[in-house]
Design a protein around this ligand. Structure first.
Ligand code: AMP
Length: 540
């Protein structure tokens, strides 16, 4: 028996119409370095219509890919809305990819038009001659004459293109399963993989972002959207905000601690999301230049493990709760969120909050052991996390990669344990696990413990070869500005905090932990530096 319900399609064309109308007065504003330039959602909708008309004029008539090479700003938001809503596919290009990877993903996705931010033209234009499918480049917030285009590529000004267009567009009916947007993974090995989100997956994910067990976004919020719109769809925040009328502040290229603090002071957002390195940097800045940030009802941190010491610092020194979440480009990206159960308080609640969190109803999860068997959710047994659900990738675009999928489940490459009530704690990436004398040492646990030392700004742990134990941990430490600490003191600090046999005997002090294009510790580069003998190491 089939239901009697309407088979209405969950489409971003409807999301655009809805946000523009129901939340006409909500505002999206871009930080310019000294102030914010804003547009209401109504105005954003009109400009999105103009952009859609302009793209039609450039030959985007079906599901062609339109790339964006942009910061988080109003123009990027217009592209987020217009491109999928007109039936085309938004391809957000990571501005920090290596040049050859940028060329690879643009050609692989067959981008036909690319919208480029004026400040990023020098980065982009150099690769343009090798981008074989690009026919049009549209420069926003800059001078199109700055692009030295190869034959066959036409360059336009974003504002001039829009100025000539009507501000309404006949948004089409769209099959909810069709492609809306794509984002390539930022893996450090091999070619990036294309994840293609559907209208349906984005719609459902947006609803989840607003639910009370996750980010609780609502029309009472002003969200500071720090996570790049080119990385995992900015954690889905732009679409979720448009759905419920949450105003947005978009920081453009001003991502250093000082300008972020300035945006906080001027715009007083109620919510924000970013990776730990951004929060860690802001914390150091605030400690040296105190400022009231209690207008933030909460901030979300994910992308890498949130150090508990940092969570405590924000809450206890600044009155801002930090919500820890886990996800991947392949999971849209929200996979789990660490809201403690409502009955938990004190230390118990904190323990839940340190975890990577609980899975929402739409995300199915399981842990798989090396021998392929399922690992119980007993809070202790460890396995590789596999997930499935309506906003989880089931394949990559034009790339079978059977290793990443297992009977329809996504293999995350993350290793951890799950409590009986469904809270995930990740101990490592599968490739970062340290195997010492047949036992596993969690690099994440060690990092968190070292980062709990007040003089430590950052700590990254890798396994290094060891004749007796196979591998032992090496800790790379960045000391906070103005502080002093040595390896002996740090090792003493760890005593009692980690099992004795896990105490690292190799330490190195670095100015900065190498980071990937999306701000995660780049352990591959750290390992290479170690293998090349480039690190100055204290041994015990
Ligand atoms: P990406 O697709 O670039 O966002 O990377 C996804 C990967 O980031 C995951 O597979 C995890 O290894 C890591 N990650 C994301 N969130 C967290 C978190 N809260 N704790 C630990 N690792 C995380």
């Amino acid at each position: 028996m089939l239901s009697t319900m309407q088979d209405d399609q969950l489409s971003l064309a409807h999301l655009l119409r809805h946000g523009t109308r129901m939340h006409a007065d909500s505002v999206a504003a871009t930080w310019t370095g000294s102030e914010a330039r804003g547009a209401t959602f109504a105005e954003t909708g009109r400009r999105a219509a103009k952009l859609a008309n302009a793209l039609r004029g450039l030959g985007i008539t079906g599901d062609e890919r339109v790339g964006t090479f942009m910061w988080n700003n109003n123009e990027h938001l217009e592209a987020y809305l217009a491109i999928p809503a007109m039936g085309a596919v938004l391809h957000t290009l990571n501005i920090r990819l290596f040049p050859e990877q940028l060329v690879y993903v643009t050609n692989h996705a067959e981008d036909k038009v690319v919208l480029v931010d004026g400040t990023l033209v020098p980065l982009f234009a150099k690769q343009l001659p090798q981008m074989t499918t690009v026919e049009h480049v549209v420069v926003a917030n800059g001078d199109p004459a700055s692009v030295d285009a190869p034959d066959g590529v036409r360059v336009h000004s974003y504002e001039e293109l829009l100025a000539a267009q009507p501000d309404t567009f006949d948004w089409p009916e769209i099959d909810e399963r069709s492609a809306a947007a794509m984002c390539y993974t930022s893996g450090t090995t091999g070619d990036p993989k294309g994840v293609v989100y559907s209208h349906r997956s984005i719609w459902l994910h947006s609803m989840q972002i607003c639910m009370s067990d996750t980010m609780r976004l609502s029309d009472a919020d002003k969200a500071l959207v720090i996570v790049p719109m080119f990385h995992a769809m900015s954690w889905g925040m732009p679409y979720a905000a448009f759905m419920v009328g949450a105003s947005m502040v978009l920081p453009d290229r001003f991502l250093q601690p000082e300008p972020i603090a300035a945006v906080l002071a001027a715009e007083k957002p109620t919510f924000a999301g970013a990776v730990p390195t951004i929060w860690q940097g802001l914390l150091q800045h605030l400690d040296a230049n105190p400022q009231d940030i209690s207008h933030l009802r909460e901030v979300v941190v994910g992308g890498s493990a949130a150090p508990p010491a940092m969570m405590h610092a924000f809450e206890e020194r600044y009155g801002v709760p930090v919500l820890h979440a886990w996800g991947m480009t392949e999971t849209s990206p929200m996979g789990s969120v660490a809201r403690p159960p409502s009955w938990a308080s004190g230390e118990t609640a904190w323990r839940y909050r340190y975890s990577q969190g609980r899975f929402p109803a739409s995300v199915k999860a399981r842990l798989i052991a090396d021998d392929g068997s399922e690992v119980p959710w007993d809070g202790e047994s460890v396995g590789e996390l596999e997930v499935a659900g309506p906003w989880i990738a089931g394949s990559y675009y034009g790339d079978a990669d059977p290793d990443k999928f297992h009977d329809g489940w996504l293999r995350t490459g993350d290793v951890g344990r799950i409590t009986p009530d469904g809270y995930l704690t990740l101990t490592d990436r599968a490739k970062d696990v340290i195997k010492s004398g047949g036992e596993w040492i969690s690099s994440v646990d060690l990092e968190n413990e070292v980062m709990a030392h007040p003089a430590v700004a950052e700590a990254a742990v890798i396994g290094v070869p060891d004749e007796k134990w196979d591998e032992r941990p090496l800790v790379a430490v960045v000391v906070r500005e103005g502080e002093r600490v040595d390896a002996g003191a740090l090792r003493e600090f760890l005593r009692g905090r980690v099992a004795k046999w896990q105490l690292p005997e190799h330490w190195t002090f670095v100015d900065e932990v190498p980071k990937t294009s999306v701000g995660k510790f780049d352990k591959k580069r750290l390992r290479a530096a170690h293998a090349d003998g480039a690190l100055d190491i204290d041994h015990f």
